[in-house]
Write a protein that binds this ligand. Sequence first.
Ligand SMILES: *Cc1c(COP(=O)(O)O)cnc(C)c1O
Length: 391
Amino acid sequence: MKNVYLDYSATTPVKEQVVNEMIPYFTEYFGNPSSLYTPGLEAKEGLITARNRVAELINSRPEEIYFTSCGTESDNWVLEAVAEALENKGNHIITSKIEHHAILHTCQHLEKFGFEVTYLDVDSEGFVRPEELESAIKDTTILVSIMMVNNEIGTIQPIKELAKIAHNQGILFHTDAVQAIGNMPVDVKDLDVDFMSMSAHKIYGPKGVGALYKRRGIQIPSFIHGGAQEKKKRAGTENTAGIVGFGKASELARMNLHSHMNHSSKIRNMMWERIEKEIPDIILNGPKDFSKRHPGNLNIAISYIEGESVLLMLDFNGICVSTGSACSSETLGTSHVLNAIGVPVTKANGAIRITVGDNTTEEDVDYVVDNLKQVVAKLRELSPVNGEKGW
Ligand SMILES: *Cc1c(COP(=O)(O)O)cnc(C)c1O
């Protein structure tokens, strides 16, 4: 049996070169980066290199990068910090209905404290309509937060255009770019965003480390209170090895960006061509124009059967896919993203997400599609809701 991992949007394996750079920071350079003696300074050097590399990936200045414990923390921090900093200016935040739960649940939390949140609708492919953002802005709006690439259906938002609309009204703009970095060119200067969230483990780096880009000159309160780390903005002894790994992963992502994008999209396109041709009654969720879609993403609604059953049966054959997003694997329910793009519940329940990456091969495509065909046929045969019998 082969093992084929097709869930790169949930997490990625750590590259060997990344692991090799991290290891000395557990043993040799174990010092606390805040200490003034040599082992502390060695650790500090590692942080400096990593910050430069992450900054280079997104074309920011190193001093605009703040390391955090994950993409989720970066999302929580920016929303809560802007809410706190600007509460005298207004209490209104605009986001979209298809954001990651790190944004949506933080918004819901802020609503309990008197903030008002507009959750913008998206079109049938997951795009925020710029004119809807424009008309949602009020005098009390203090922040717009729209993700750059959706983690379930791969939609790439027109962030530059959306940020411009916010800035024309003097409103700060944040983007969750966790799925974007390493998968498309990301340039904070060109996009002209004020804040950006990132995570290492989605770009072949380690889990438990992320970053927030904050444009120079904008003042926000800290989220984790304590020592003076990260220019007094994010206390706690740094995850030195993790940050070093994030730096190396960022460097590799920048150097390999085009070959990674070409490889992912080639494999993804091959897989979609076969699936579309060989499996009846399926729908591609998300953008049909693949130039506006994450290069490794497919999200397919398979009629008459449950996505979870497909997932479990593929797992018997060594294939890993997900239903909707990994974050909802413990809350069996319809995906909020598929719901927002208008996929009916009956079809959304049969959705699986396939995300390919650097280690996916052309042979994997054949193995996966052959298996998927069999699994779908078998489940449809057993399904009480098959064809004429109902749905
Ligand atoms: C994975 C993901 C996150 C969360 O990042 P973690 O580092 O796992 O906390 C946030 N937003 C998006 C779009 C993601 O895909």
